[in-house]
Design a protein around this ligand. Structure first.
Ligand code: GRG
Length: 301
């Protein structure tokens, strides 16, 4: 049975998720014009659901550092657009070839391969167009420019895309632990780093604090990906809203195949504890953020 504390947290998580969804929704494009199909495909993919973890981590880190303005909102929408664009491309026949995502047909199944490629491209660049809107809302425009830089760098060849490149290149090959760590840090960790760093930067964090946030978010990213690997072998399609045993199907080396499930569980707890210890060393307090990080490794979807 769930404790009262756990039930309270779940309720708070539900409320915060709703708040984040309202922000993201406000920045989605209107579905009109000759290119209407692309707006529909973009909105379909973003609205399909998901945990909204990245914008939530961004907003909570912003709050941790005392942020209270509106300029965080375009960035919250932008990070969810980028994340969704990566999911659209990840599901394509040339990548994981998956037909179900967030409990719904994947974008390529619904709109065709060609439109799904374009929807991924479109969300990626529309995220930048969206983030830039923060200039009109911020007192510190230089911080907004810095945040756009983080967004681009952590998404690109030194971030998520770089990690995916190595992941794809090593499909069907033995992957040593050192390369797996590289893939996880970039493919999954980089967008979580961007989320928390942008929240910190826009709330006025300094260089040293930004580095600390980067380090803790990287640990959260690795723990999060290990849980993703564990769920791929322990959860059901209904729970995840996507096919299970997908790593096996795609002959992917994962933390679980490399280290075994028990060690995977121990290590993810270790990474998560280390992240929380770093969080506690930062100025400011946000108990919900701490609980959110804990929940990531006990999540069931
Ligand atoms: C077009 C920007 C762009 C990128 C192409 C395909 C690709 C490069 C990168 C794939 C990156 C990827 C899918 C990493 C896996 C990260 C991960 C664990 C995703 C699942 O995130 P959740 O659980 O998903 O937060 P929800 O659905 O809850 O949002």
């Amino acid at each position: 049975m769930r404790s009262a504390k756990e039930a309270g947290l779940r309720e708070l998580l539900g409320q915060r998720t709703k708040e984040v969804e309202e922000v993201v929704e406000r920045y989605l494009p209107e579905e009109a014009g000759h290119q209407r199909i692309i707006f529909e495909a973009m909105n379909y993919s973003v609205r399909a659901g998901g945990k909204r973890l990245r914008p939530m981590l961004m907003q909570e880190t912003y709050r941790l550092f005392g942020g209270s303005g509106q300029e965080i909102e375009p960035f919250m929408a932008a990070i969810e657009m980028i994340h969704t664009s990566s999911l659209i491309h990840d599901d394509l026949p040339c990548m994981d070839n998956d037909e179900l995502r967030r409990g719904k047909p994947t974008t390529w199944v619904k709109y065709g391969y060609d439109m799904a490629v374009l929807a991924g491209d479109a969300l990626l660049i529309y995220a930048v167009e969206t983030a830039i809107k923060a200039c009109a809302m911020a007192k510190d425009v230089a911080a907004v420019a810095g945040a756009v830089g983080i967004l681009a760098q952590k998404t690109g060849i030194y971030g998520m895309i770089g990690g995916q490149v190595v992941d794809v290149q090593l499909t069907n090959q033995p992957v040593p632990r050192e390369k797996l760590d590289f893939i996880y840090r970039l493919k999954t960790g980089a967008l979580l780093e961007a989320s928390m760093m942008i929240g910190a930067l826009l709330a006025g964090a300094g260089e040293k604090e930004l580095k600390q946030v980067e380090e803790l978010a990287s640990l959260v990213g690795v723990a999060f990906q290990i849980q993703d690997d564990i769920l791929d072998v322990t959860a059901t399609t209904e729970q995840l809203g996507k096919p299970v045993l997908s790593d096996e199907k795609n002959q992917k080396t994962t933390y679980v195949t490399l280290e075994g499930i028990e060690k995977a569980r121990r290590d993810e707890a270790k990474f998560s504890d280390r992240a929380i210890a770093l969080l506690k060393g930062l100025p400011g307090e946000n108990p919900f953020l701490e609980e959110l990080i804990r929940m990531l490794i006990t999540r069931e979807k």
